[in-house]
Write a protein of this length. Sequence first.
Length: 94
Amino acid sequence: MANNLKNNTSKLINVSPDVLAAAYQLGQRLNISELARHMGKSPTILANKLNPDCDTHHLTLGEAVAITELSADNGILESWAHLRGKMLVDIVTG
């Protein structure tokens, strides 16, 4: 699933301190139409929700979690952790 959403743009190295900007950047890296289809949303509405300059559509926490899970992209989560003075660390398994 995540492979279908990603494009050829490499992942951003810098963490955005603005969660909404991180959501927008994630939207720029992904195939919005495919992501919207998996979420049962209109691509236009989802694009508006990821646009920090759009005042009429707002990304919900549930949608941010769904986007993170569907895309396997931690950009929003990393930004939120950074904003809280935290960082993500992968758990070693096995």
